[in-house]
Design a protein around this ligand. Structure first.
Ligand code: ZN
Ligand code: MN
Length: 469
């Protein structure tokens, strides 16, 4: 069978850590550093210990469910998922099965396509295993129980994604939403996913436990390729569970696929049924912040093109700076500089706005200087690079480097007249009203004044002069 034109079908189960101070069922902190330093009887699964549900985690999970357009279950409960593995001291994970927090939601991609969400549940993270050597051939493993009991939401999608690129888009859209909600924990463990992937008409493979954005995309790309090769050779893709090895960037066979029922879920008797009142739900609905779609609409109403509005809204840090900036400068000024220069610099250096630690104040200052004609585009960009990479204050940098446009009109006029006198051929072109000649003259004046003449003023002066030529 040839897979040439066949579609890749992907469904994801994404685990995201919620930004709580303590674990889901015990008071242990979520931000410990040394191995096995944030542990207690409950998260170590000692006999007789009892779980207590973290109210904040419930609140966050409900807010996420609302933001992802899920139908809420006003009553839900927890179940024990039984399996035997060293990362799970109790031999069962407290999770949800029969009644999760939310069901039937969706995430809209920029194309307008909706990726449906089947369920959203609250559960505890198992401990982490530290493998000596590679995941496939380790001689021994260490267990760190700091992660045992960390609150997670598991978001299960329908198989709606047409390939690795769309899966990546979905994850981006999802994390932008979580970021706006303030529940997203940035960092290496922020996101773990299991992926179901198949080539239309063939068996489905589950790739388990992929950590991080980039790894999910790499795993999906390599698995897509592997399955297509098998099909191209006329063989059958085995229905199985595979692991992902970050070192090789490829998947490897783990075991035959087990069914959900094989886990033998039973009701968790130590945690009472959670029942959410109408007032509680209404209060949380009320308190939801503006999310991506609302931001896009708002920015478009300010006159931004659809593309710019989306680019800014898709980076909550940039969106925050933009909203501060437009209290002082025109939305277009802020949007142009943020989307072209600021995000260009970040992308080029492969850092996120959050990693760059971008703050509103110095950038707003810089934007005011740009709009006030105090700094040219090239030097504003230079100042921004210094801010991102060296944490240099833009104003200070521009002043110290003598890059401000502080020539007065008399000095600018003098330079302009000199340039015109030295370039008779350009003056002739000006007479023939060639736009190129205008740019040339303006560029020469800016250069002659060592960048201290405002190009806009030069242009205006030249326009007046042309009338006289
Ligand atoms: Zn604990
Ligand atoms: Mn899970």
């Amino acid at each position: 069978m040839n897979s040439g034109g066949a579609r890749t079908i992907i469904g994801l189960e994404v685990h995201v850590q919620l930004n709580t101070a303590s674990k889901l069922f015990c008071p242990c902190p979520t931000d410990a550093s040394g191995p096995n330093t944030a542990v207690c009887g409950t998260c170590l699964g000692l006999p007789g210990s009892k779980p207590f549900l973290n109210q904040k985690a419930v609140e966050m999970a409900v807010r996420v469910a609302l933001a992802l357009n899920c139908r809420l279950n006003a009553e839900f409960f927890f179940s024990r998922k039984t399996y035997f593995y060293p990362d799970l001291a109790k031999n069962y994970q407290i999770t949800q099965f029969e009644k999760p927090v939310g069901e039937n939601g969706f995430v809209a991609l920029s194309s307008g396509k909706k990726i449906r969400i089947r369920r959203l549940q609250l559960e505890e993270d198992p401990a982490s295993l530290v493998h000596e050597g590679s995941a496939q051939s380790s001689s021994f493993s260490l267990v760190d129980y700091n992660r045992s009991g960390i609150p997670l939401v598991e978001i299960v999608t329908m198989p709606d994604m047409d390939g690795p690129k769309e899966a990546r888009e979905f994850l981006n859209a999802l994390t932008v939403t979580l970021d706006y909600l303030g529940v997203f924990v940035h960092g290496k463990n922020a996101l773990k996913a299991d992926a179901n992937i198949s080539i239309e008409g063939n068996n489905r493979v589950e790739v388990k436990n992929v950590t991080g954005f980039r790894a999910v995309e790499t795993a999906l790309l390599s698995e897509d390729e592997r399955q297509r090769k098998i099909i191209a050779m006329g063989e059958k893709v085995a229905r199985e569970t595979r692991g992902f090895d970050e070192k090789t960037g490829s998947t490897f066979s783990m075991r035959e696929k087990e069914a959900e029922e094989d886990y033998g879920y039973i009701f968790e008797p130590d945690i009472p049924v959670v029942s959410l009142s109408e007032e509680y739900i209404a209060g949380l609905k009320e308190s939801l912040p503006e999310l991506f779609p609302q931001k896009v609409e708002k920015f478009k109403k300010l006159g931004l093109p659809d593309y710019d509005a989306r680019v800014i809204a898709s980076e909550p840090v940039i969106a925050g700076i933009f909203e501060q900036a437009i209290k002082h400068v025109k939305p277009q000024t802020a949007a142009k500089f943020l989307t072209r220069e600021v995000m260009g610099i970040l992308n080029y250096n492969k850092i996120t706005p959050r990693e760059a630690g971008l703050e509103e104040k110095p950038i707003v200052e810089l934007l005011k200087m740009i709009e006030g004609g105090r700094v040219g585009e090239k030097n504003a960009k230079e100042a921004m690079i210094k801010l991102v990479l060296e944490k240099k204050d833009p104003r200070e940098f521009l002043e110290k480097s003598d890059l401000l446009l502080d020539l007065d009109e008399k000095e600018i006029l003098k330079a302009l007249e000199e340039v015109l006198a030295e370039n008779p051929h350009a003056v002739a072109d000006l007479r023939a009203s060639k736009a190129k000649a205008v740019n040339f003259i303006v560029g020469q004046v800016v250069r002659r004044t060592k960048g201290k003449a405002n190009a806009k003023i030069v242009q205006e002066m030249l326009a007046k002069k042309i009338k006289g030529i």
